[in-house]
Ligand binder design. Structure first.
Ligand SMILES: Cc1cc2nc3c(=O)[nH]c(=O)nc-3n(C[C@H](O)[C@H](O)[C@H](O)COP(=O)(O)OP(=O)(O)OC[C@H]3O[C@@H](n4cnc5c(N)ncnc54)[C@H](O)[C@@H]3O)c2cc1C
Length: 419
């Protein structure tokens, strides 16, 4: 769901810092120092926001509208912090204040710490934003950002006369944010993964056309989730490496947890070719706010390929007394690729309030707004939209819907990528 409270909170934090720092600057600051330390402080606050977002806290999901959105904001905030830090570095006066003994240089160790932090920040960002870098390599190297954060904390704590020797309200704000940031950083490095990990056993591995369905049985407590949510799946055993996110395709009241996994790279191929029943899996979650339960009565669900999974869970969970009118537009290359289509048709017939609209590109049909205009019984503006699928499809439909006057807050998307 589209939520902007979190973004407003970040903007509010920077505005508060501006008011405190520019409104009550330390006395010995000239204008240039005030301006450049404002940029440096803002960079640090944004870095803190990025660290806080990496904790995947449920309350933050509510403020930002889901973990995928949080990671998008995390990325934007990280890039903005790096830009501000660079401007701060090049802009801040390099000469020592008048009367300072160069032998007892007060800028040591603040300046080298800041410089080191900036170098690692730029390297870390290059790695983080480079999509060619494999995720299994990307993930451990991204942890370099924890070191960057600590270096920057050291940089401003040892900065001469700016925050420590002379108390300033903006310095206090930075101090509080540093404490919050370090706690969050330690939690996301050492505590987060233990928080919601539940053990499961693989019961079945079903190889389907272009996807693999894995069926998991809980060995203890079962995961509580809402249709449309996702979880991190970590297969225990040599060679399985990091956890991967997948939308839960089963309904919450089923005894088993089901995931439908498209082969995209090494890990997903290994699932299809090597995963055996009996393997132990840790499942962490649930995450995500792709929730259609409380939206308007008339809904359009748009699924592209494996983007069907959140809708699969929703339909499997639907009760006969559900009053919503739902059109599920299911786009695939050809009928064979449209996994679970038969089950969807069966469920739709049984439920009565769901219409399945399969669209196959090999037959020259595409999920497009002009097609929807023809097939839907009511005007486009009377529906609420939920979309999950390839980025070009989702972005194209979003643009066209907005062009048709559908307000942005009635369009909800789920991204199958964090980077
Ligand atoms: C919220 C969410 C829900 C998803 N639901 C489904 C689903 O129901 N079915 C499905 O088939 N796919 C789903 N995906 C995509 C799935 O996570 C990736 O396809 C899978 O992790 C790719 O792993 P790989 O090593 O085989 O491929 P790679 O080629 O290594 O990765 C392909 C891309 O997947 C992403 N990725 C890879 N590994 C990870 C990881 N450990 N954590 C996060 N992202 C990673 C990266 O962006 C990478 O560029 C979902 C992704 C997200 C973010």
């Amino acid at each position: 769901m589209l939520r902007k409270y979190g973004i407003y909170a970040i903007i509010g934090l920077i505005v508060l810092f501006a008011l405190l720092h520019l409104g009550f600057p330390p006395e010995q600051h000239d204008t240039r120092t005030t301006a450049t330390t404002f940029l440096g402080g803002s960079a640090f606050l944004l870095m803190t926001c990025a660290v806080v977002l990496s904790t995947r806290a449920p309350i933050l999901e509510s403020l930002f509208g889901g973990l995928d959105r949080m990671y998008q904001v995390h990325r934007v905030v990280g890039v903005s912090a790096a830009i501000l830090a660079l401007v701060h570095f090049f802009g801040v006066p390099k000469e020592l204040p008048a009367g300072v003994d160069p032998v007892a240089n007060v800028l040591v160790p603040s300046a080298p710490l800041g410089m080191l932090g900036l170098i690692f920040l730029v390297i870390g960002l290059f790695v983080a934003l480079n999509r060619k870098i494999r995720y299994s390599f990307w993930r451990p190297t991204h942890k370099i950002m924890a070191l960057v954060y600590l270096l920057l904390v050291g940089h401003f704590f040892t900065a001469p006369a700016i925050f420590v020797e002379q108390f300033s309200p903006s310095g206090l704000l930075l101090l509080i944010s540093a404490i919050v940031g370090v706690v969050c950083m330690l939690y996301s490095l050492f505590g987060m993964n233990k928080r919601t990990a539940l053990p499961y056993t693989i019961e079945t591995v079903n190889a389907m056309e272009r996807a693999t369905e894995i069926v998991l049985k809980p060995t203890g407590a079962a995961l509580q989730f809402k249709p449309g949510q996702f979880a991190f799946v970590e297969i225990q055993g040599k060679g399985w490496s990091e956890p991967h996110p997948f939308t839960i395709s089963s309904a919450p009241d089923e005894d088993h947890l089901r995931f439908s996994i498209k082969v995209l790279g090494d890990w997903t191929r290994k699932v299809r070719e090597e995963l055996q029943p009996g393997a132990t899996v840790m499942v962490r979650g649930p995450y995500g706010r792709f929730d259609a339960a409380n939206a308007t009565e008339k809904q359009i669900w748009l699924a592209g390929g494996i983007g069907l999974t959140p809708f699969l869970s929703k339909i499997r969970a639907m009760q006969p007394d559900d009053s919503r009118q739902i059109h599920l537009v299911y786009a695939a290359r050809e009928e064979q690729d449209a996994i679970f289509l038969d089950e969807l048709k069966r469920l739709a017939e049984k439920l009565g309030n769901v219409t399945i609209v399969p669209v196959f590109s090999d037959e020259g049909n595409f999920a497009r707004v002009d097609m929807m205009k023809q097939k839907l019984p009511d005007a486009l503006g009377s529906y609420e939209y939920f979309m999950c699928g390839p980025k070009p499809m989702v972005n194209g439909i979003m643009k066209d819907l907005k062009g048709e006057g559908v307000p942005r807050h009635r369009i909800h998307t789920e991204a199958f990528e964090f980077r």
